[in-house]
Design a protein around this ligand. Sequence first.
Ligand code: HEC
Length: 168
Amino acid sequence: MHKRYCNLNNPTSGRTALALLLASAVWMLVGCSPSSPPPAELAFGQEPYLRYCASCHGNQGGGKPPTFPPLAQSEWLTLGSDALGLIVLYGLKGEIEVAGQTYRGYMPPMQHISDEEIAALLTYMNEAWADGGEAVSAADITRLRGAFDGPRAPLDGYEGLMDALDAL
Ligand code: HEC
C-alpha cells in the first residue's frame, strides 16, 4: 500500500535490496506522504468530525475567521461535554466571543447525527484540542437529546447555552 505513495524503484542486487528495504521501512515509519494518509490512520472520532464539522470549522479545527470560529484553542471546549453536545444537537446563534474574536453566525442544529457519532467526534475534539481529553459516551448524548420537551430553538449565544445547561 505504501509503495503507491513512495514510488520506490525495484531493488537490483541483494545489498541494494537490503538498503532499500531499510530505507523504505524508515520511510514508512516517518510517514512518506503526510498530506494524504491512508484512511486507516485516522484517529477514533476523526472521521465523523471531518464529515460533519470540518466544512465550517476546518480539518485542523482552525475555523474560517471571521465567519466560522475555531475549535482548536477555543475556550468553549473547556465548558465540558454537555455544553458541546447541546451545541451540536440544538445549534448556536447570536453574537459570541471565541479566542478573542467576535462572531455573529448561525450554526444549524444537527440532530440527524447519531448519538454514537456525536460521542465519537466530541471525544476526538477533546483529545485533539482540550486539555482534559474527556471521553464522551453515546448515553451522554441520548440524555441531552431527551432533555427538553419538543423542539428547541438554537441556543442564543453563551447566555443561551448557560440557560440550557441550568435547565438540564
Ligand atoms: C454550517 C457550518 C457549521 C457546521 C457544519 C458546524 N458548525 Fe459549529 N459553529 C458554526 C458557527 C457559525 C458558529 C458560531 C455561531 C455564532 O456565532 O453564534 C459555531 C460555533 C460552534 C461552537 C462554539 C464556538 C467555538 O468555536 O468553540 C462549537 C463548540 C461548535 N460550533 C462545534 C461544532 C461541531 C462539534 C460541529 C460538528 C458536529 C459543528 N460545530 C459543525 C458553524 C458550523
